[in-house]
Design a binder for this molecule. Structure first.
Ligand SMILES: Nc1ncnc2c1ncn2[C@@H]1O[C@H](COP(=O)(O)OP(=O)(O)OP(=O)(O)O)[C@@H](O)[C@H]1O
Length: 833
């Protein structure tokens, strides 16, 4: 119901808008129509004036309109005579002169494209005054209809017939008051105030007092009436009264200006309140570049000795708000996807459907019955009676939920886990006692025929498609056959471990595929570390769409462990830079920051930019730790601890879940963990802090935890040819010129040598120096943009400029300091070399 109302309302507004658009005049049309109306008004004015002198003679000519031989005396001939007769004689009498005035005024408004609202006000009040005057003149009952016009005369007659003479006078008086109060904005208080002002002006005029040291004048009392009896003084007073009256009138005319009104109000009340309409004023685009101080003068009425105080307030925030509103209105919200506006997301048919009966799982009734009987019998052997049993069939395992008879201790069942598994003679039995939040005991028994969960079904599921998450991952299906979707941004980092060949690489591919299906290249960037050199190589096809890399590297996918250290440190620089941006934008996280940036509230000239999420994937973490140790652990720990708010998320995978790889520090910062099958309970404990992963059946069977609960999931399966198809599909589309560049990080061993020979300087050295000095910003990216260079050349130029003393040394995420203040000094510096 409410919805329908809203939609009808929307429709009406839409219709209104389209109607308005239909009748909106172009600027030329306005100028032409404006000139026409202006001249028509002048013509009517002359016609009306001459009508007053010639109406008697022209009376007979009116009926002769089509007779060309007749010649009326009206200055506008036949047209003038007829129109004047219609508006003055038959209409409103002398007050019809308002019509030419309003017509010309309309012309002026159209010509200069002024505020239409004001014009409508003129017409409304003008028409009212015209009728009122004509009705008042109707009292004259003049025989000729010239003064009141027939409308005035007849209206008057009509009113007197029904409400009598006094009634008519009262009605007319009422309308007069309405006009004075509403139109002229006169209230009794204002009237008193203007009288007081007049008195004050008189007093001031008499005031010949000397100024005090601090510049304030000492007010003199108003002269007594006896003093003002002399004729000279009287004249003076008259002049002052006339002047102050004129002042009041002028300020009344200006009352459309909110500031004037506000000041006047303050004079009367001594209260400092900013007029609420002040915002409209600041909304004026002409004023938006500057902060406009609002000045209010307060002076006590009752105590004229009080020193006047100037209250000044600055409404800067509103200006900024209005500027961003205006920018959004003019250009729309900032769209980070615009650069690759035609980008098409990979289609679902690139993924293979592994199940014969599309997504469904086969339920073998015989197998279910057999397992149930074995569970009941086994438990009976240990004297555990069952009140109820229920089976939930999942893709690889079936969960048997048992409600034991009253009085049976749960710990007893838990202790019998191995015995029950032995009796059931099946691998991968996991006992959950009790199932959290349910109060039942769960026994997971693997299905004889496992069903593959295809990535296709995981991506196509409504749960993933409708996911309102920042970085949604469709990991697979739970034991109750529901698609499991989580937000990487909330995790905020993920640790994946499992013995070799249990589905880790497939899991990583499933994660990356999820993001490729949901996120535009502008929104997320991957940093891929693959020491095995084979697992993630397929993704180099999407380098210029989705990958991020260090500025001076060829390959985006990092396979060399020493380069990983630079990349991790570079990510730390990026993290610090992003925190600075967040701090300057006064927001708490990347989501709020990007929303503010899209709403054009952050100025790119102040370094603000749209921030894509960065996902760092390390395929073999153990290998890294073994070769680089602390050098890797420290930046990883920093990133893991701090990077959640600024949109850098880590996914680290390892096939060696030992304590020297998954250290306490790593565990503390990776609450979200995935365990594939491991060989020992100890390994399971290392990953999950509990057993269970050793009882998995492999091939993508995994346990997921995000702190508390442990969920068993069958990982979605995506094969290498499918990933290849997806990356080819994306890679064949228009891309960014380069991979997303991370901030430059200069490691200790790769520090630049600064004894660069003058003769080795780049041809563009002088030009580059000028660019840097003019912009007073020492960054390689500036050179890249201005001189259209590749990063390497721009980087070399910056080194040469440093050697020449034009820019300062490298300062991490900040631009280098420019040591030369202007072009003249630059010239001197280069000449002295
Ligand atoms: N989700 C899954 N569904 C079905 N089969 C799977 C799944 N995940 C993995 N497999 C099977 O297991 C095999 C090994 O998987 P994968 O290559 O991901 O293991 P891994 O843990 O990465 O091994 P390694 O550490 O040696 O690289 C796959 O080739 C596939 O046949």
């Amino acid at each position: 119901m409410a919805k329908r109302k809203v939609s009808t309302k929307r429709k009406t507004t839409k219709n209104k808008t389209s109607l308005r658009e239909k009748f909106t005049l172009s600027r030329q049309q306005k100028v032409v129509l404006g000139s026409f109306l202006f001249f028509l008004g002048i013509g009517l004015f002359f016609a009306f004036i001459s009508f007053f002198f010639n109406w008697k003679i022209d009376q007979s000519e009116i009926s002769q309109f089509y007779n060309r031989t007749s010649s009326p005396k009206n200055w506008l001939s036949k047209f003038g005579a007829v129109v004047s007769h219609f508006f003055i004689f038959k209409g409103f009498g002398i007050s019809a002169l308002v019509i030419p005035f309003l017509t010309s005024l309309t012309g002026v408004y159209l010509f200069f494209d002024l505020n239409k609202r004001k014009l409508a006000g003129f017409w409304f009040w003008g028409t009212l005054v015209m009728i009122w005057v004509s009705v008042v003149l109707g009292f004259t009952k003049s025989e000729n209809g010239l003064m009141a016009g027939i409308i005035g005369y007849e209206t008057n007659d009509f009113l007197q017939d029904y409400i009598g003479f006094i009634g008519t006078v009262l009605v007319l008086a009422f309308f007069a008051i309405v006009y004075i109060v509403v139109r002229l904005r006169y209230t009794p208080e204002k009237l008193t105030a203007s009288i007081k002002n007049t008195q004050k002006a008189i007093a001031k005029d008499f005031d010949e007092t000397p100024k005090t040291n601090n510049g304030h004048s000492i007010p003199t009392p108003v002269p007594s009436t006896d003093e003002s009896t002399s004729s000279g003084i009287k004249e003076k007073i008259d002049a002052i009264i006339a002047r102050s009256k004129e002042k009041v009138k002028k300020s009344e005319e200006k009352s459309a200006s909110p500031i004037v009104e506000s000041v006047k109000k303050e004079e009367n009340t001594n209260e400092v309140t900013l007029n609420p309409t002040i915002n409209d004023f600041y909304g004026n685009p002409k004023n938006r570049d500057s902060e406009i101080p609002e000045k209010i003068i307060i002076k006590s009425e009752d105590n004229p000795e009080d020193i006047a105080m100037e209250v000044e307030t600055t409404v800067e925030e509103e200006v900024v708000k209005n500027l961003s509103n205006k920018l959004v209105k003019d250009f729309g919200e900032f769209d980070p996807k615009l650069e690759l506006g035609n980008y098409r997301f990979p289609t679902i048919d690139l993924l293979k459907d592994y199940t014969a009966n599309a997504g469904g799982i086969t339920i073998d009734q015989g197998e279910l019955e057999e397992n149930k009987n074995r569970i009941v019998e086994t438990l009976k052997n240990y004297k555990i009676e069952i009140a109820q049993i229920k089976a939930t069939v999942g893709p690889t395992v079936t969960l048997y939920e048992i409600v034991p008879e009253a009085g049976i201790r749960i710990s007893k069942i838990k202790n019998l886990e191995d015995d029950i598994a032995l009796s059931l003679a099946a691998l991968g039995i996991r006992i959950i006692a009790p199932i959290p939040g349910k109060g039942t005991i769960g026994i997971e028994v693997p299905n004889k025929n496992a069903t593959i969960v295809s990535m296709r079904s995981a991506i196509a599921s409504p749960k993933f498609q409708n996911a309102e998450m920042e970085l949604p991952l469709s990991l697979g299906k739970t034991i109750s056959n529901e698609t499991f979707v989580v937000d990487l941004a909330k995790m905020p980092h993920l640790l994946m471990a499992g013995a070799t060949g249990q589905g880790k690489s497939v899991g990583l591919n499933a994660i990356l595929t999820s993001l490729l299906y949901k996120k535009h290249p502008a929104e997320v960037k991957f940093v891929l570390v693959d020491p095995k050199k084979v697992e993630l190589t397929l993704f180099n096809k999407i380098e210029r769409h989705y990958l991020a890399k260090l500025p001076d590297t060829e390959e985006a996918i990092i396979t060399d462990n020493t380069k990983v250290i630079n990349t991790l440190n570079s990510l730390c620089i990026e993290m610090d830079a992003r925190y600075d941006l967040l701090k300057n934008a006064m927001v708490r996280n990347i989501k709020e920051y990007n929303t503010k940036f899209k709403a054009r509230k952050l100025n790119p000239e102040n370094g603000h930019r749209f921030l894509p999420y960065i996902v760092l994937v390390v395929d073999e973490f153990a290998d890294l730790i073994m070769t680089a140790g602390k050098e890797v652990e420290t930046p990883i720990a920093r990133l893991a601890q701090l990077a959640r708010a600024i949109g850098i998320h880590l996914i680290i995978a390892t096939q060696r879940p030992s304590v020297n790889v998954i250290t306490g520090m790593i565990k503390a910062n990776f609450p979200a963990r995935i365990a594939f099958r491991v060989t020992s309970k100890i390994d399971s404990r290392t990953i999950l802090d509990t057993g269970g992963a050793d009882q998995l059946i492999g091939r993508g069977d995994m346990l997921y935890t995000q702190g508390n609960d442990i969920i068993r999931i069958q990982c979605a399966f995506v094969d290498t040819p499918e990933v290849e198809k997806i990356t080819e599909y994306i890679g064949s589309q228009k891309a960014y010129p380069d991979a997303h560049l991370l901030p430059e990080y200069v490691g200790e061993e790769s520090g630049t040598s600064l004894d660069i020979d003058k003769s080795d300087r780049d041809k563009l050295f002088n030009e580059a120096a000028e660019v840097i000095v003019t912009a007073q910003q020492g960054s390689a990216s500036l050179l890249q943009r201005k001189l259209k260079l590749g990063y390497n050349r721009a980087g070399r130029l910056i080194d040469q400029l440093e050697a020449a003393g034009v820019v300062g040394p490298f300062e991490g995420s900040k631009a280098r300091q420019v040591l030369v203040p202007d072009l003249v000094s630059l010239q001197q510096l280069l000449e002295q070399e």
